[in-house]
Write a protein that binds this ligand. Structure first.
Ligand SMILES: [Zn+2]
Length: 164
């Protein structure tokens, strides 16, 4: 049986949520900040985006800043919100293809309040939050080798196990 272990440090994730029409859901949805940031270059400008997701995991890229690139330096044009992405996203589908059966996540540090279902929904692109909730309730996602609740708060030193 192939196992894989991730080590995570959970920081104070702001509970930023934005109500916005989701084109995919075709309704007003609540988009939450995944705390993942990415940069896109477009001509001479570099755009920095925050990746938000609705409850059904559809993404929305919120523009945070625009940088103009010059030959010698990059000048920041708008306020930059510094955010380090300390969590590693879990590519479930490719892990399954590699034959992984159990994923362990060791919480090396936890600052702030983090619900297990939310953290996993943010980090597992291929699973929606409701899928994750079902897996927690079925016991195929466990906390410290025990069946837990979707609303469980995570603490330093704990271990999440995902049985695929
Ligand atoms: Zn949606």
């Amino acid at each position: 049986m192939l196992n894989i272990t991730f080590h995570w440090k959970l920081s104070q994730i702001s509970e930023r949520a934005v109500k916005k029409h989701c084109k995919m859901c075709r309704k007003l949805s609540v988009f939450s900040d995944t705390n993942v940031r990415r940069h896109n270059a477009n001509g001479k400008s570099i755009y920095k985006y925050a990746i938000y997701k609705c409850e059904k995991n559809h993404t929305w890229n919120k523009k945070l800043a625009v940088y103009k690139s010059f030959t010698e330096h990059v000048a920041e044009m708008e306020e930059q919100k510094e955010e380090s992405s300390i969590l590693s996203a879990i590519p479930i589908t490719s892990l399954v293809e590699q034959g992984v059966k159990v994923i362990h996540i060791v919480l090396e540090d936890v600052i702030g309040k983090h619900r297990i279902d939310k953290v996993l929904a943010n980090q597992i692109e291929d699973w929606t939050r409701s899928q994750i909730i079902k897996k927690i309730e079925k016991g195929t996602i466990q906390l410290n080798e025990q069946v837990t609740k979707p609303s469980s708060r995570l603490s330093k030193g704990e271990r999440i196990s995902i049985f695929i």
